[in-house]
Design a protein around this ligand. Sequence first.
Ligand SMILES: [Zn+2]
Length: 482
Amino acid sequence: MPNEEAIIATKKTFRLLATTFVFCSLALSGWAQSVLSYDIDLIVDYDAGSFEGVAVIDYTNSTGMALSELFFRLYANDDGLYGTAFIQILDITIQTASSTFSLYLDETVVLVPLKEPLQPDELIEVTITFSGGTSQWPRNDRYGSIETGYGLLTKSSSALTLTTFYPMLAVYSDEGWALDPSTGFGDTLMGDTADYSVQVTTRAGPIPVTSGELVAVNPETDSTTYDFTATNARDFSLVLLEQDYIPIAAESDNAIIRTWFTPPHQLAGLLASEMALFSFQLFEELIGPCPYREIELVEVPLRSAAGVEFSGLILVGTQYAGQPNDLFFSIIISHEMAHQWFYAGVGNDVSEHPWLDESFATYLSYEFLAAYSNPSTAQMQLDTWRNAYRRAQQDWHDLSVSSPKYAFPDSSTYSSFVYSGGAAFLYDLHLELGDDAFYRSIQTYYSAMLYDMATPMDLIRSIEESCSCRIDELLSLYRIVP
Ligand SMILES: [Zn+2]
């Protein structure tokens, strides 16, 4: 039975949040573009799965209004997605003075009051000292599962997965600071694009695979320090691998795509490399240049997720690497590759408008199947998505493709509307507009919103301007509300 009460309860939670936190919600037109950089010094105890670090965050206030506080997100403290992993703040300094801070929403939100309001275009430097620990994936069992969490900040027998290991400045939107609580499923990570300089020190042995590029390696007696940079990245993510992983590199147009799979899954690594390269070239042709010239795909244990996207880094679930010839494996690879364009390149509020990136990632995996496999395989997959969407519509009359994530009662209903329905919407839009107008409108949207945060209106405006037409009928058929 559909659980209406769950939705009402979730909405209530959010309203409470909104009244608590919307201090700065004066309307702005569109998203404020931030000028942001992170300089992170991270020390990792690989064997213990723990870490400590200092993040120096330079932020120029581009919101157009004075800010009396800043908010940071500690995504790793969300038990639903991260299990027993955690991150804690040890100290915050603003410019050179020590600052107070308060924690909210199960310690996933940090409020830092400013002694003087930060004026428009004014630069502020915030230094945050932090530490944290990962959840433990059962040892000697790469196919095992952990009790809670997706495996996003996790120590397993083969790897140490370190995503969202640092405090991230919250996104400031036209509705104020984006501080939505987690729903326990789907993506929560949301950040403005930023330039990263990251130093990682760990014992010799484990191989770091990260967002961005490796620029220096400094071996010392008991440890090795690696220097990385990443430009225009939504996040900086890192996996430290045991040495038996097999790397495969594929190159195209000054870009390099690497896969990292374990020896039992060597075939999956080979196929993933081929499919990732094919996706990269196809999506560059259909959408526009990928924001990154280095992309890593890494096999790690995941629970409740087949793959997860980060800037220039993709996690692929071990449980699917055993069946690399399955259609679903190719959907995982192409879907997560597509997120480099939609999530990392063009950002969106993953809580309020999750369909903006998931519909594109799902639809582009259809385009991938049509080009890489064959059109009939792609059509069968599209029919599967369409059927899932229709069944969900019959059960849930108040939900639609464009509903916010917190409106959905569970992961499966969320996926049926946002992923499957979203892909069906884009497929029908393609049919209605024809090849030229469809791809022109998507390319216009992509280039206009690259490195920015897009809203549904940005997408609809791009489409209607490009086709010199209105798409009201299709929007209303899918009950998409901008
Ligand atoms: Zn996705």
